[in-house]
Design a protein around this ligand. Structure first.
Ligand code: ZN
Length: 398
């Protein structure tokens, strides 16, 4: 299949009308003329052209999408959700390969071209989640790029054998090392972060740690992560997901953490949660910290929410952070595009000549209108190939 394409009559980043010329899966020109007159031409109808949306934090292996409505009855604590999920995986028959394919098709319909997915590794499911998502990644390799984080969802040191499985997951092809609440879940903060960073060092991989711990406890764990990042020279390779402790109103607690994160070049992932203290996105961005976002779990045993729409996610970030000016909403959109691309280390990402032709056409007069209205995407292109049109995905769903 040809990866040459010309898209006329579009407005890159809501600017003036232009033609985007794509040859061999790359953008070769953005201007008034076409450099590839022989290629297929699509009229963009005046839509806004954006670089492909980046879902930088989700859980492909355990969505319930397409499995009928799930009645949520898990207890209120994090550990209740973790234990409930481990049991439900068996009783509901959640197949990681099938479910990850379903979520990927959903994401494609919304214009997502890159996904970082945490995938559970524990002593009950073993490596079946990793195997399933790797199989799905291969199946959709021409439509989307998927990065896998080996994720000890049930804890690592509290469940002997998990660390060894994490090691094997990385050997099998997981690209990053995950972690989880070093104090609250693993109850051995030093041991947990030491093991996470040891795996990262062994395989030369980045780290992305879920940190739900609030206030002083979260700050303590965050300091341990920062210390190791600096000591091991891993600046720019570490992400802290959720980081609810940064949402504490205590500036004496939060401000030194933000300074230390900036110095260590550690990225923050936030979903813009409505129900939790949340990292202050504008302050982080203004401090030079890379911020990315994601849907987190979509329609899984943790909760009934999630649409996989990263334009809608940008709106949630705006709502959570009281972003009202157009420039502020554009910052939220940047978090859901370039922020995720930086965290995932995408070298040829962007809407510019030379970049991979991963892009999405969205309706709106301005970028802010595109975010707040997030109407169905008109066109989604991956490396010059049309993968979705008018919200319908053109590659097979399971
Ligand atoms: Zn998560």
């Amino acid at each position: 299949m040809s990866n040459d394409l010309t898209i006329t009559n579009v407005r890159p980043m809501a600017g003036g009308l232009a033609t985007i010329s794509i040859v061999a899966g790359r953008i070769v020109a953005i201007g008034t003329g076409s450099n590839a007159p022989e290629s297929e031409t699509i009229d963009g109808g005046g839509a806004i052209a954006l670089p492909g949306l980046v879902e930088a934090h989700t859980h492909l292996d355990k969505t319930l999408w397409g499995m009928g409505w799930h009645k949520h009855q898990a207890g209120p604590r994090l550990i209740d959700k973790i234990d409930n999920e481990r049991a439900q995986k068996k009783s509901l028959g959640i197949d990681p390969a099938r479910q990850s394919a379903r979520q990927i098709v959903l994401s494609l319909s919304k214009g997502t071209t890159h996904i970082r997915s945490h995938v559970d590794v524990d002593t009950e499911v073993g490596l079946s989640g990793i195997e399933g998502v790797i199989a799905t990644r291969e199946r959709y390799r021409d439509a989307i790029d998927v990065e896998i984080v080996a994720f000890p969802q049930s804890g690592m040191l509290v469940r002997p054998g998990t660390a060894e499985l994490m090691d094997r997951a990385l050997a099998m092809g997981a690209e990053a090392v995950g972690g989880l609440d070093p104090c609250a879940i693993d109850r051995d903060p030093k041991g947990h972060v030491d093991r996470v960073f040891a795996l990262a060092q062994k395989y030369g991989r980045p780290v992305d740690i879920h940190l739900h711990e609030p206030g002083e406890m979260g700050a303590f764990s965050m300091e341990l992560i920062i210390e190791r990042t600096v000591a091991l020279g891993m600046q720019g390779q570490v992400t802290i997901s959720h980081a609810f402790c940064l949402g504490s109103p205590d500036r004496d607690l939060v401000d030194p953490l933000i300074d230390a994160l900036a110095t260590a070049n550690i990225a923050i992932m936030t979903t813009g949660p409505a129900s939790r203290p949340a990292p202050p996105v504008r302050r982080l961005v203004e401090r030079g910290i890379v911020v990315c976002s994601g849907s987190d779990g979509i329609r899984d045993t943790w909760g009934p929410y999630g649409s996989a729409d990263m334009l809608e996610r940008a709106m949630f970030i705006g709502l959570r952070n009281n972003l009202r000016h157009d420039a502020e909403v554009e910052m939220a959109l940047d978090v859901c595009t370039h922020g995720g691309a930086r965290v995932m280390g995408l070298k040829d990402y962007g809407l510019a000549p030379g970049c991979a032709a991963d892009l999405v056409l969205a309706d709106g007069e301005s970028l802010t209108e595109a975010v707040v209205s997030h109407t169905p995407r008109r066109l989604v292109v991956k490396r010059g190939r049309v993968v979705a049109r008018d919200g319908r995905v053109l590659v097979g769903a399971p």
